[in-house]
Design a protein around this ligand. Structure first.
Ligand SMILES: *Cc1c(COP(=O)(O)O)cnc(C)c1O
Length: 357
């Protein structure tokens, strides 16, 4: 605390990211990174860009990257907005689109960065309770509101809703922006991006993606939003009032190559999904109760063992998972899907813990 902090800084409760411990030999299953490396083509592109040209500023508009994203998704480059990780994209979305006279709505259990942005930007919000089995109920988002945002699949639950329910929501909610955060869409969720193609693109739908999860580039910091060109124009106004060069040359080069390597994305995501299904079955055999997941993590609890105790016992054995001390979910662990070997270690550790307590 310092008396020189501005009034707004005095009131902030910042987001706490999952830890990045520096210890060796840890099984790190706490921040939903990919257990597999990024596309080798992305690494080659970054290496190639590592030269004297780094003295120059990068392309502030990221024209080539926007075109690569637009081509992949069947969109126009004017429908693409880039940011330094999707967290930065989301910050601009909150300030530029969701800061309205009416409160923004999001689920009571969701990505915990959303309320942090609201606090930072002075945005009123309302939470909408998930159903009894932690499912998003689209019909519970009521008008009027200053905007709606949720991840699909939701985090940290991993549960998704079909695209048709989001289309229903859009047809009822025509006076504010609906933002779908598709950070985990590549592990078996229906994307809303196809709704944005052609001249039927809704004026109020924005979809946010990241290269941090399925493209295994969390360390590069690249995210983007796609939507109607008028929404993108609003976001560009915010970005150009904050930082004109959010993406460096290395990030742009790596992201272009990663976006173009769909084969790598598909093969690594498929492995994650297979491991997820195996882990689900093994956990169920151990008596865990796990929510259905279409993400690269699962959300699970054991009826006889407290979440915090399991978290600590795993930690003592060098396995790091995520535990949230929030109402309704404190009995759960969020476990990132790792490699097959990491999954074997996890299951062995859980067997040992359950047998000894
Ligand atoms: C991981 C995650 C992000 C942030 O991703 P970055 O692009 O690394 O900033 C955004 N939304 C959700 C729901 C996430 O889980």
């Amino acid at each position: 605390m310092s008396r020189f902090w501005s009034p707004v800084v005095q009131t902030l409760t910042p987001y706490i990211p999952g830890e990045q411990p520096q210890m060796e030999r840890l099984v790190k299953l706490n921040t939903n990174e990919s257990p597999y490396g990024p596309s080798p083509k992305a690494l080659a592109a970054i290496n190639q860009q590592t030269n004297e040209d780094l003295r120059l500023y990068p392309d502030p508009e990221g024209v080539t990257l926007k075109k690569a994203i637009a081509d992949l998704h069947g969109l126009d480059p004017k429908q693409v907005f880039l940011g330094n990780g999707s967290d930065e994209v989301l910050a601009h979305v909150f300030l530029g689109l969701l800061k309205q006279a009416k409160p923004v709505q999001f689920p009571d259990i969701t990505y915990s960065f959303y309320p942090v942005y609201c606090k930072l930007f002075g945005i009123d919000y309302q939470t909408v309770a998930l159903g009894s089995n932690f499912e998003i109920q689209a019909q519970d988002f009521k008008t009027p509101n200053g905007g709606i945002i949720f991840p699909n699949p939701n985090a940290p639950t991993g549960r998704a809703i079909p695209r048709s329910e989001i289309e229903g929501l859009l047809s009822r909610n025509t006076d504010s922006v609906v933002v779908i955060d598709e950070a985990y869409v590549d592990y078996g969720t229906e994307s809303c991006v196809p709704l944005l193609r052609g001249n039927t693109c809704p004026e109020n739908l924005l979809v946010v993606h990241t290269l941090s999860k399925s493209r295994a580039l969390a360390g590069l910091r690249v995210g983007f939003a796609v939507g109607h060109p008028s929404l993108i124009e609003g976001l560009e106004r915010v970005k150009n009032s904050f930082n004109s060069y959010p993406l460096g040359k290395l990030a742009q080069a790596g992201a272009i190559a990663a976006i173009q390597d769909q084969a790598h994305l598909e093969s690594t995501s498929k492995k994650v999904v297979q491991t997820r299904e195996r882990l689900l079955a093994e956990l169920s055999a151990l008596g865990f109760d796990t929510l259905p997941s279409t993400a690269n993590f699962i959300f699970t609890r054991h009826p006889k063992h407290a979440g915090v105790k399991l978290y600590q016992a795993l930690r003592d054995r060098g396995l790091i998972v995520r535990h949230f001390k929030s109402p309704r979910i404190e009995e759960f662990l969020r476990i990132t899907i790792g490699t097959d070997d990491q999954t074997n270690e996890l299951i062995a550790a859980l067997k040992e813990i359950l047998a000894s307590t």
